[in-house]
Design a protein around this ligand. Structure first.
Ligand SMILES: NC(=O)C1=CN([C@@H]2O[C@H](COP(=O)(O)OP(=O)(O)OC[C@H]3O[C@@H](n4cnc5c(N)ncnc54)[C@H](O)[C@@H]3O)[C@@H](O)[C@H]2O)C=CC1
Ligand SMILES: C[N+](C)(C)CC(=O)CC(=O)[O-]
Length: 524
């Protein structure tokens, strides 16, 4: 496709998006709002729907719950969300404007014209359209060179793909800028070389959907069976490898040529009705709607969304461990995103003049059969507090990559209270003692709502040379930071709970005798 050259080549490139505008806050607009907010980007929204704020708020709440389970990496402080009364107010000053209004060419064109008139000339404007051509959408814009289709997948805050499609008047640089600027939100922008209705993903989905409707209409199966066929088989495959990589494996050692030779001719057989469009008459709509009602009995849309999100989080985390832990597909993207978050947190911690407490929220996957936060999650939060302190003293990813780190060699965890689903908990950390190789820490976990201590953790860490795995003195710069932190904390009251051991229990007399007897017979 011919792309225009940018009209303002002298404009310096934007370092990152800090202000986004979302025009349309429905299923997809709400998802974009959450994606931007959770990446620390401020978002202004315009949507004339009287309940837009409630709807967007519910999507954002779902997204927050999903992110709490998705990653332990330090997410940035969420951006601020504001609702505006007009498109002009919404887009003023925004770096990235995302249009997500209903799929009608006339409506989208008039909304885009309003956006174009009020936006900064260098602001990027993306449309969420599922199928309309970018050339048609940009035809009447004053600055069409900064317009493109940014087609996401539902839920936008968890599925990372966004198809970036330029029209005839889109500048080539706009496409590469869009891909670069969307990356810090955890998304993967994929440039589609030539514009075509429905781009790539929806072409494939539509083919499948068309065939599925025929299978239902012809009474071959019901909607539940059709969904089972997908989710128990190739649905699982497609989350981790696409069509071509999967079929390469299906060709066995002889590979893709063999696969094409064996199964290609089958395409000539009458297996598919893809070219015929099913007539969605009342009878078929009734059949599908009633089968769908039966399939989802007792499951509200919000519950289905939560189930979907929890499953997606699990899949993404599993993919993070793929390829022997290097990460695979969307899991590799998540791992790279988290590395970026850790680097950002390291840079912020190294520049900070005081150690900040760590605050986390108890997520659904942290709850056990007793209905409260399960044991190992306490250690996870304490470990994260240790990491936060290490970053503050300069033991960041660069230090670790250069060959040294602190390893925890002993921990004493005391459970003093319960944390329930959704509770915010805060970890404050102290240096109790240190020398060249050892670092002795104490963390206190409190429930943010009432300040009650729910756990304490006391840990001994050893500074280690990673290649040999042996203890070695820490760098002077690190020791100086530890000394400064310890001095800054010296005025705080001593931790009375520090240095405690677990005292052995003494059984009551009658049980003690039984225990002694059992002990003797076990030895015999
Ligand atoms: N729902 C999906 O699965 C996907 C939808 N898309 C695309 O996203 C876009 C939006 O679709 P949905 O979010 O599903 O629709 P939706 O109906 O959930 O949301 C549309 C929103 O736009 C608002 N709206 C209507 N006129 C407006 C105007 N003049 N200015 C601002 N807001 C206005 C409505 O009040 C509504 O909240 C469409 O282009 C669609 O093709 C893209 C990917 C997936
Ligand atoms: C149904 N749809 C065409 C709007 C779907 C999409 O565009 C992408 C998705 O999320 O499946």
């Amino acid at each position: 496709m011919d792309h225009a050259t940018p009209s303002s080549a002298a404009t310096p490139a934007l370092a990152r998006v800090t202000k986004a505008a979302c025009v349309g806050g429905g299923v997809i607009g709400g998802g974009w709002v959450a994606r931007f907010l959770l990446a620390g980007i401020d978002v202004a929204v315009f949507d004339p729907h009287p309940e837009a704020a409630r709807i967007v708020g519910e999507v954002v709440a779902n997204a927050e719950a999903a992110y709490a389970a998705l990653t332990d990496a330090p997410l940035p402080k969420p951006g601020t969300l504001t609702f505006r009364a007009s498109i002009a107010e919404t887009v003023a000053g925004a770096d990235w404007i995302q249009e997500s209004v209903p799929e009608r060419l006339d409506l989208k064109r008039s909304v885009l014209a309003e956006i174009d008139a009020a936006a900064r000339p260098d602001a990027l404007i993306g449309s969420s359209t599922s199928g309309l051509l970018p050339s048609d959408l940009q035809a009447e814009l004053r600055h069409p060179e900064r317009f493109f289709v940014a087609h996401p997948y539902n839920p936008v805050y968890l599925l990372p793909l966004v198809e970036i499609v330029g029209g005839k008047a889109t500048a080539r640089e706009t496409i590469s800028e869009a891909i670069r600027l969307i990356e810090p939100t955890g998304m993967k922008g994929v440039a589609i070389d030539r514009e075509i209705e429905a781009f790539v993903g929806d072409r494939l989905l539509e083919a499948l959907w068309r065939e599925a409707l025929w299978l239902i209409k012809d009474g071959i199966c019901d909607v539940e069976t059709l969904d089972d066929v997908i989710r128990y088989s190739f649905g699982l495959r497609w989350a981790q490898m696409g069509l071509f990589q999967t079929y390469r494996i299906a060709g066995g050692e002889a590979g893709m040529r063999h696969f094409l030779g064996q199964f290609g001719p089958a395409l000539q057989w009458p297996w598919t009705k893809l070219t015929d469009v099913v007539d969605l008459d009342e009878a078929l709509v009734d059949r599908i709607a009633s089968q769908s009602d039966a399939q989802n009995e007792g499951l509200s849309i919000r519950r289905l969304e939560r189930i979907r999100d929890q499953n997606l989080v699990g899949i993404l985390q599993a993919l993070k461990g793929g390829d022997d832990g290097r990460g695979w597909g969307a899991g590799k993207l998540l791992a790279d995103f988290e590395q970026g978050l850790w680097r950002q947190a390291s840079a912020e911690a190294a520049g900070a003049d005081a150690l900040r407490p760590l605050t986390v929220r108890v997520s659904p996957s942290w709850i056990d059969y007793n209905g409260h936060m399960t044991e190992h999650r306490y250690l996870q939060v304490l470990g994260d507090a240790t990491d936060q302190l290490l970053r503050f003293i300069g033991v960041d990813l660069a230090y670790v990559e250069a060959g040294a780190s602190y390893y925890t060699v002993e921990s004493h965890l005391r459970h003093l209270g319960e944390a329930k689903l959704g509770d915010r908990i805060t970890a404050t950390s102290r240096v109790l003692s240190f020398d060249g190789k050892r670092l002795h820490l104490f963390h206190r976990l409190t429930r943010s709502a009432d300040g009650a201590t729910i756990a304490t953790g006391e840990h001994m860490l050893l500074h280690v040379e990673r290649a040999s795995g042996k203890a070695a003195p820490a760098a002077d710069t690190i020791l100086r930071r530890i000394a400064a932190l310890a001095a800054a904390q010296a005025h705080e009251a001593a931790e009375a709970e520090a240095g405690r051991a677990i005292r052995p229990a003494t059984p009551p007399a009658d049980h003690a005798a039984a225990a002694a007897e059992a002990n003797t017979s076990n030895r015999g």
